[in-house]
Design a protein around this ligand. Structure first.
Ligand code: NAI
Ligand code: OAA
Length: 319
């Protein structure tokens, strides 16, 4: 099925490291008719630059809070990579003090100007920023749990890459579900569910699991103070955006792992595979059969993820 270019997508934080690369990938997506690039500054330049590429999508830059409403009006999908990235030695939770307020303000504007749009939240700590966004939408009376997604696609992209390299598989065939959240031990790759079915030794399991959990830090350390993953994140966010738009367009059987409102565990938010459709998250799939090794990680991650969720909910409701 070939869907037409008919969707308006906004990127909030579009002049940043992720924002610029992601905007380029979105400009190449045939499903998108209008791309709105918003940031506190520099988006007119990014938009002028991108507007010279000969793809169908039209692009416009919006800079400063007074232009945010116009950027959001009529949007089908809003992607949020606004906020500060990590430096070596920091955890994602160390970004909370700055990014929580940024995400809260941007989500207030989304709830007002495009309440029915799908939200893809990239800004860290995702484990807390998704609960913040949801609380903002509840307060505004427009909450729809099917529409708010924490972007954890990079964890899947990394798992597919590392496992295909370790096992000599064609990376295009490999699919590894990643559940839980998006920080340290809350990232739980389910290697026992690797497609195609693959056997791992205990040592391989431990090394791959820990590498996937620390892959963000691997990039932060390699960039040595110049930020965190931007190119691989833009690639992953473009993949998630495409899945959301294919779902909206009515395409059947579109799935991605994402951190969403969930009743799969006792936690109110949890990442598992999600079926995407015309209303957003049509179905949140269960964790499925997991090994004792994976159960051990799952037990360990629950209290940490709960604390991050509670922190986000408390922040959003504090005044
Ligand atoms: N979910 C995930 O898997 C990943 C998440 N991230 C997160 O994405 C975020 C962005 O990372 P980068 O692009 O590398 O950072 P960056 O610093 O290069 O870009 C961030 C952009 O946000 C903008 N910004 C700040 N306040 C804003 C506001 N109120 N409204 C609109 N824009 C605003 C800045 O002007 C800047 O252009 C970070 O929080 C980072 O931790 C990064 C990689 C992976
Ligand atoms: O590690 C970071 O701070 C950025 C991020 O979320 C990732 O690369 O997975």
């Amino acid at each position: 099925m070939t869907a037409k270019a008919e969707y308006k997508v906004a990127v909030l934080g579009a002049a940043g490291g992720i924002g610029q690369s992601l905007s380029l990938l979105l400009k190449m997506n045939p499903l998108i008719s209008d791309l709105a690039l918003y940031d506190i500054a520099n988006t007119p330049g990014v938009a002028a630059d991108l507007s010279h590429t000969n793809t169908t999508c039209s692009v416009k830059g919006y800079a400063g809070e007074e232009q945010l409403a116009d950027a959001l009006k009529g949007c089908d999908l809003v992607i949020i990579p606004a906020g500060v990235p990590r430096k070596p030695g920091m955890t994602r939770d160390d970004l909370f003090s700055i990014n929580a307020g940024i995400v809260k303000n941007l989500c207030e504007a989304c709830a007002k100007n495009c309440p029915k749009a799908i939200l893809n939240i990239i800004s860290n700590p995702v484990n807390s920023t998704v609960p913040i966004a949801s609380e903002v939408y509840k307060k505004a009376g427009v909450y729809d749990p099917k529409k708010i997604f924490g972007v954890t696609t990079l964890d899947v992209v990394r798992s597919n890459t590392f496992i295909s390299e370790a096992k000599g598989l064609d990376v295009n065939d490999v699919d590894v579900p990643v559940v839980g959240g998006h920080a340290g031990i809350t990232i739980l790759p389910l290697l026992s569910q690797t497609y195609p079915s693959t056997k791992f030794t205990a040592e391989e399991l431990e090394a791959l699991t820990v590498r996937i959990q620390n892959a963000g830090t691997e990039v932060v350390e390699a960039k040595a103070g110049a930020g965190s993953a931007t190119l691989s994140m833009a690639y992953a966010a473009a993949r998630m955006a495409e899945a959301c738009l294919r779902g909206l367009s009515g395409e059947a059987e579109v799935y991605e792992c994402s951190y969403v409102a969930s009743s799969v565990t006792d936690l109110p938010y949890f990442a598992t595979k999600v079926k995407l459709g015309p209303n957003g998250a049509e179905e949140v799939l269960p964790v499925g059969d997991i090994t004792d090794y994976e159960k051990g990680w799952l037990e360990k991650l629950i209290p940490e993820l709960k604390a991050s969720i509670d922190k986000g909910i408390e922040f959003a409701n504090k005044d």
